[in-house]
Ligand binder design. Structure first.
Ligand code: FES
Length: 704
């Protein structure tokens, strides 16, 4: 079984086993997990074969957006990443086009459509992630009747996937606290207000011109919700990437990976490779290492990673090679990923021949950015329904920014409904802008001069919004200009006659693991260096010899571990104390855990001869087919759709549309010449019977 049995951050709950069958074979899932996770845990990652070309199908988004993960559950096609495993459910792969389920014509003829219930509510919030919950809390505080709907089985959105401590402001957005714990806090606060109702497993299907929102309540009952104001906090969906082999099972989104590993505690791979050096890709690599998965490498097409440097450095120090100015050339394998080929790129981002290298891996994560899920907001505006958006649905940024924008939007919504919320401080808008800001300037590292006593060394040298280190020092020795938390913190040796006591609180709280503490008090020649470490405490033990590295991940030497400290106050951050020569003690920023041979390339690179770069996953339309039409002068995506079936599949064009635009760009066609297809509801596929009240036989709304 491929389950995570131990994790340095996440508790492993005791869950009941749920028997089910796959192709008639008995299997066991765990209570509350999705079918896709139960199948992955059992080592199954091919969920069927496409009707058009027989290509193997697996998951891509694990978020209900792409429909790649269809299986038959008791004969009915379902998205396995959204459907919970039920005792005795018979799960079958979708091989080609499945047969329609048998319908008793006489019974169907007698069936009567049930009336559709209408629910009126002052505020409907679509999405119970960081922004939606924060808005709900502000609305709850003011007694505004609010309904929060979320299509998942639990609240928190992407927060529930984040094991690392958060950046941002400790005052405004719980910086220094782990994402999973922020989710719990926001949820319990939102639930504490009687005016806030929450529907889980309830997806918004569409916003209609009569300003109603169609909602599939708990996946079975269709309800019309009529809000006075709509707040869209539905987050983001992952961007896809076009390259040969891009739809092989084993190629999937970084968010899908985090869902499998951190939410469902499944170990879906032994060796993975990552495409994309933004925060999502860098963090996914870190989460993989925490789960005991080898990270063979990461490619980023730009000369620098776009994510926070502290995230990049953390990964590099742990032993993951980061190939900037490189791209993925192909994912290779017959029915699933067996290797990846990468190459350096030239100034026009084209692969340079002769620089190809291949690596053995079974999984390739795509982390090339996010697109806002904003279709509900746009439709609401089009139809004159008062609407607001917050979090990634408004603008892609960190979850800390989503928490704060949700707070502000909650107040704005309350004000739009006539509640007196007073003036929303301009400082709040400024804080929101700061939290949203991209990483700023990188400065040379400032190594402190002294070589005596004890003091922290701050290995954080890029301006990002983050301040927890300034709040924990008992003698307030770490300072920052509080008017802008993007500025770098600095350490002052003494204040009010008090200096550093060596308490290590700054070491433990830094979300970037970018503070060490160097202590010369016992031995000035071989000072002790306290290094933060977020892995299982028995990964290292006193007496071990480890390779230590500088901030950027360059090895400094081998040193002996003196102690491995686990303190409750450090909230699962282990402190490893190494003894190091004074020549490089202050330069130590981390400890390598992954051996270099993990990332050795294959002796020969693997070429992929077939041009099977897929643009439309659902209908298996290749880049070549669409490119041909563009070259023939086609500018209307509707025409491409009519000729090739691009974007006519079950994902509702969510996955392929940005890729089609990209092909136009590559062919030199300006955006202004492209005629887009209309964005029509429904935005999620549902069985037609739902609109007639089918599937709701067991009544009882169970609403919370
Ligand atoms: S993997 Fe299930 S919908 Fe995308």
């Amino acid at each position: 079984m491929q389950r995570i049995e131990r994790h340095p951050i996440l508790p492993i709950p005791d869950r009941r086993k749920v028997p089910f069958t796959w192709k008639g074979r008995p299997m066991e899932g765990l209570e509350g997990e999705t079918l896709s996770s139960a199948l992955f845990a059992a080592g199954v990652r091919i969920f069927g074969h496409h009707a058009k070309d027989g290509a193997a199908q697996g998951i891509f988004c694990a978020n209900g957006q792409c429909s790649q993960c269809l299986v038959l559950a008791d004969g009915i096609p379902v998205k396995s990443c959204m459907e919970l495993v039920r005792p005795g459910v018979r799960v079958e792969p979708v091989e080609g086009l499945p047969k329609l389920p048998r319908v008793d014509a006489r019974e169907a003829g007698r069936a009567e459509a049930r009336p559709i219930e209408t629910v009126r509510v002052p505020v409907l919030v679509i999405g119970g992630g960081p922004a939606g919950l924060s808005a709900g809390i502000e609305l709850g505080k003011r007694g505004v009747e609010t309904l929060i709907i979320d299509d998942k089985h639990r609240l928190g959105g992407k927060l529930v996937l984040q094991t690392h401590r958060f950046f941002g402001s400790i005052d405004a957005v719980y910086a220094g606290t782990r994402g999973i714990d922020i989710a719990t806090r926001l949820e319990s606060e939102a639930r504490s207000f009687s005016s806030v109702r929450i529907w889980l497993q309830s997806a918004a299907l569409a916003v209609f011109s009569d300003r109603t929102v169609g909602v599939l309540f708990e996946g079975r009952r269709y309800v019309h919700v009529v809000p006075d104001v709509l707040l869209v906090t539905s987050g983001a969906r992952e961007k896809n990437l076009a390259f040969p082999g891009n739809t092989l099972p084993g190629v999937y989104g970084a968010g899908a990976f985090q869902t499998l590993v951190n939410r469902d505690l499944v170990k879906p791979t032994g060796r993975l490779f990552i495409v994309g050096g933004g925060n999502v890709g860098l963090i996914a690599g870190y989460h993989a290492l925490q789960a005991g998965i080898a990270v063979v490498g990461l490619v980023e097409v730009m000369p620098e990673c776009g994510g926070y440097k502290v995230h990049r450095d953390k990964l590099a120090r742990l032993g993951v090679p980061i190939y900037t100015s490189h791209t993925v050339v192909s994912a290779n394998g017959h029915d699933a990923v067996e290797s990846v080929t990468i190459a350096r790129v030239d100034e026009a981002f084209r692969p340079v021949r002769g620089t190809e290298r291949s690596f053995d891996c079974d999984t390739l994560l795509i982390a090339v950015g996010l697109d806002p899920v904003n279709e509900f907001f746009e439709k609401a505006r089009e139809f004159g329904l008062p609407a607001f958006a917050a979090g990634d649905a408004e603008e892609i940024a960190e979850a800390s920014a989503a928490i704060f924008s949700g707070k502000i939007r909650g107040l704005e919504v309350a004000r739009a409904l006539g509640h007196d919320v007073g003036e929303i401080s301009p400082d709040w808008y400024r804080t929101a802008d700061i939290l949203k800001s991209r990483p700023g300037a990188t400065t040379p590292e400032r190594t402190p001069e002294p070589e005596a006593g004890v003091f922290p060394v701050i290995h954080c040298n890029q301006e990002i919004p983050c301040d927890p280190c300034t709040a924990v020092c008992p003698n307030a020795l770490i300072e920052m200009d509080r008017t802008d938390i993007r500025l770098l913190p600095s350490f002052v040796t003494e204040k009010g006659g008090k200096g550093c006591t060596g308490c290590e609180r700054c070491v433990a709280i830094c979300p970037g693991l970018a503070i060490t503490l160097v202590d010369y008090r016992k031995d000035a020649e071989f000072p002790t260096v306290a290094v933060p470490f977020e892995f299982l405490k028995d990964t290292l033990a006193a007496g071990d010899h480890v390779v230590v590295e500088d901030t950027d991940g360059n090895p400094l030497g081998r040193v002996e571990v003196g102690a491995v400290m686990v303190l409750k106050a450090n909230d699962r951050t282990v402190i490893v104390k190494v003894r190091a020569p004074r020549a490089f003690a202050k330069k130590i920023a981390g400890i390598r855990i992954q051996p270099p041979e993990t990332s050795d390339p294959l002796e020969q690179y693997v070429g992929r001869t077939t041009d099977d770069t897929i643009i439309c996953r659902c209908e298996r339309v290749t880049a070549g087919e669409i490119r041909k039409l563009i070259r023939e002068g086609v500018r209307d995506i509707n025409e491409i759709k009519a000729v090739t079936r691009t974007s006519m599949g079950s994902c509702g064009a969510k996955t392929c549309t940005p890729l089609v635009h990209r092909l136009f760009r590559e062919e030199g066609v300006p955006e202004s010449e492209i005629v887009d297809q209309p964005n029509r509801p429904l935005f999620l596929e549902v069985s037609l019977g739902v609109f007639a009240g089918r599937g709701d036989e067991e009544d009882g709304h169970g609403r919370e």
